[in-house]
Ligand binder design. Sequence first.
Ligand code: AMP
Ligand code: MG
Length: 474
Amino acid sequence: MALQFDNSYLRDLPWAALRLAPDAAPAPRLLAFNDDLAARLGADPDDLRETAAAWLSGAALPPGADPAALAYAGHQFGGFSPSLGDGRAHLLGEVIAPDGARFDLQLKGSGRTPFSRGGDGKAAVGPMLREYLISEAMAALGAPTTRSLAVVATGEDILRDGRRLPGAVVARIAASHIRVGSFQFFAARGEAERVRALADHAIARHDPDLSGTEGRYLAFFDRVVARQARLIAEWMGLGFIHGVMNTDNMAVSGETIDYGPCAFMEGYAPGTVFSSIDRQGRYAWQNQPLILGWNLARLAEAIYPLFDANPETGVAIANDRLDRIAGQYQAEWLAVMRAKLGLSGQDAGDQALVDDLLAAMPGADWTLTFHRLAEAATGDLSRLRPLFDDFTAMDAWLPRWQARGPDATRMRRANPAVIPRNHRVEEALDAATAGDLAQFTALLAAVRAPFTPDEAYMLPAPAGFGRYVTFCGT
Ligand code: AMP
Ligand code: MG
């Protein structure tokens, strides 16, 4: 069965995108293909695999696709750009799965568009396989995320920092590509009716129970807040650092989107930053909850006129909502940490229990500490202890936690053994760029089963790996 396309974004909001075809890749070759996701979309994986190199690279268009580059704006590192848009991506359309679920299918790295500014519209094999790998890891870890259907090498070299690198396109599936910055684009132009139409479209798509109801725009804002607060709490619990939480990279669906310089923290250090361009540490691990609120304030600025006929009332309502976000996030974070610590029910001391654990943890591997705390729950400290340089604070903390009755079984479901370790990701992508996919394939299999211990993929980077720095891959 072929993919079933619809194009509601272009139908409802024809002024929100520019219709144009992706570049035709000269010699497309499939590097990675997601059978499970193909099946989820209603395709026969073997059939789709046959056509994937052409359809998912821009070399040919699947029947029903109507490619377009979407307009959006965004605050990048705090500064506003009124016109960003898809500068190297083409939305092929929406795939309707057999159960009726609707997914955007987008190509990234598929050529220049009117939004490209100085860029070449292309992407290299390494960063596109990176998006595939990390998004698949996030899905397996249970975090809301866009997913990758395929990566296709284009057969064309591109230039990055004076180096020739093999080019590639990632085919990405998303609940939608509606970003905070999508609303900002029209709000900044004073196009109030377009902001409203976009909001109605987003509601139909993500919160259909609100469609047509009175007060739907405020209710929609509340839903976005809830989804994004949950998402960031999940990230924090996983030690995931997105790296570019610009408003154009925050989806109203609440999915993780735009895997660029993201990476997982190893030794616990709340100020951890990996991205080479984040010199101030704006998007450091510990700042992500603050940026959540900052970005949602930008969404509120774009849509508050929809909250009430009287703009002053709209502002007051928005401010009231924004004042509550920190508390909403805190509740989500506590829920994530209760699960990680195997605690059921709620105890007034839980917040302090979490804070005191973090105070005892600097330097200890984030992922392994929680994984081995599940062993500590049954009294075995032998593998936890070596993770710490100084166990004194833990010796004081453990009895308090044990008195709360942690459930080791629950902890094993909440705390992964395997995450995409930075040194493993780098070696796999380097080999793939040089033409050898064996390490990538093995790493992908490991991160797709994150709760199954696999010692080879659990170790932190060796000391010689040094400080890890990531690049946007543009
Ligand atoms: P990102 O940081 O990847 O989310 O991208 C920010 C903006 O830069 C978006 O408008 C992208 O479409 C655009 N962009 C990134 N890389 C390229 C490229 N190679 N060519 C053209 N536009 C790009
Ligand atoms: Mg982006």
